[in-house]
Design a binder for this molecule. Structure first.
Ligand code: 13P
Ligand code: SF4
Length: 365
């Protein structure tokens, strides 16, 4: 029923680690309809709200939308979960998203369809080695990406997501702060180039976005000269350089909605195409290439850990209470400080969170 995928994660401190993801097969139409119906009922019965990321299966995204939950990027997921009255949050995404929900809502029950759904950035940044790196650079402000464990967040001054990283680091740079950045080297490099900040970068990467190929993207763009190119900043520098807009998943969606280009090339997880197509039924979306020179296609533009989430595991979690995120209260409280700093910053800079590298004339064809 499940396909087990083996994944190699490279880390500056652990070398190459072997990881795995167990991806469920598609339920047949009648099983799927029954699962949707039962999950709908269970969410109501258990006083639970479903918060899903754009990369998870379309069924989970639809269910979240139909039941008063949310489909969003990681920043909005964190904000939404904390504002809910429901006693249970069900987070369909990867582990760090469930942990962030728990640290912001310690008195709520936080369930995940798949507790083993992790992230190569989180795996590649173990807390003890990260703490030693921080200790070696006491003069720097520690900024970590949300795709990290609670223990890494607890050691940080700031947590950022891809939708606010640029604004927060710009602000710190304006204050004259030097930055210690972890774990994504591509996002860190992008922010460094955009802001000119003094940043030391941990050398982690996302196995999905790292696969996008600049040369092949350039060739694709030549094939579709009028196309808009949208890129998630976890992608390599050469791919980012070809973007009309660089942004988080929500910022990519916003740019697609606001543009009047009819053809849009997208360099992010293919899970995004569900929301992109739903919101823009008359536009054509093309996946940026992951194959080509030097391609290994470890991920083929779909996160194997996001793909672990399915209707069957959601039903199981709701029925049995399995997949509960348990977080040490004291650790959760320490990690929460740096997450809360981000939420406070973004709340007071509303409207400033623009995606990067906006082309002049976006939306003007
Ligand atoms: P967003 O914050 O853009 O949703 O990204 C999260 C993520 O894991 C992308 O790979
Ligand atoms: Fe992590 Fe990449 Fe998967 Fe996002 S897409 S959860 S960054 S491995």
């Amino acid at each position: 029923m499940n396909q087990t995928i083996s994944i190699q994660v490279e880390s500056p401190v652990c070398g190459t680690q072997e990881a795995w993801a167990s991806v469920p097969d598609e339920p047949a139409a009648d099983e799927r309809a029954g699962l949707m119906e039962r999950c709908r009922g269970l969410l109501a019965e258990r006083d639970a709200v479903l918060v899903a990321h754009y990369y998870v299966h379309p069924d989970l995204q639809d269910l979240a939308q139909q039941t008063g939950g949310l489909v969003a990027d990681s920043l909005e997921m964190a904000r939404f979960g904390a504002a809910q009255k429901a006693s249970t949050l069900v987070v369909a995404g990867v582990r760090f998203m469930g942990e962030t929900a728990k640290m912001l809502s310690p008195d709520k029950r936080v369930l995940m369809p798949e507790l083993d759904a992790t992230c190569s950035l989180d795996l590649g940044c173990p807390a003890p080695e990260f703490a030693a790196w921080c200790d070696a650079h006491p003069d720097r402000t520690v900024v970590v990406y949300a795709n990290t464990s609670a223990a890494v967040k607890a050691r940080a001054d700031w947590v950022v997501t891809s939708s606010c990283a640029l604004d927060i680091v710009s602000d710190l740079h304006r204050q004259g702060r030097k930055i210690l950045w972890a774990p994504d080297r591509h996002l860190g490099g992008y922010i460094q180039r955009e802001t000119g900040a003094d940043m030391l970068l941990w050398q982690g990467a996302c196995i999905v976005h790292e696969e996008f190929k600049a040369l092949e993207l350039e060739l694709l763009r030549e094939q579709y000269p009028g196309a808009l190119v949208l890129v998630h900043p976890e992608s390599p520098a050469g791919v980012i350089a070809l973007a009309d807009v660089v942004g988080s998943t929500s910022q990519i969606l916003k740019a697609a909605r606001e543009s009047d280009r009819s053809t849009i090339i997208v360099a992010t997880d293919t899970g995004m195409f569900h929301a992109l197509q739903q919101q823009n039924p008359h536009k054509r979306f093309i996946a940026a290439p992951t194959a080509g020179n030097g391609a290994t296609c470890k991920s083929c533009a779909h996160c194997p850990w996001m793909a672990m989430n399915g209707l069957r595991s959601l039903e199981h979690a709701l029925l049995s209470g399995s997949g509960e995120i348990l977080l040490d209260r004291e650790l959760g409280a320490r990690a929460r400080r740096s997450v809360q700093r981000m939420l406070d910053f973004t709340a007071s800079h509303k409207g400033a969170q623009a995606p990067g590298s906006l082309v002049p004339g976006l939306g003007a064809a």
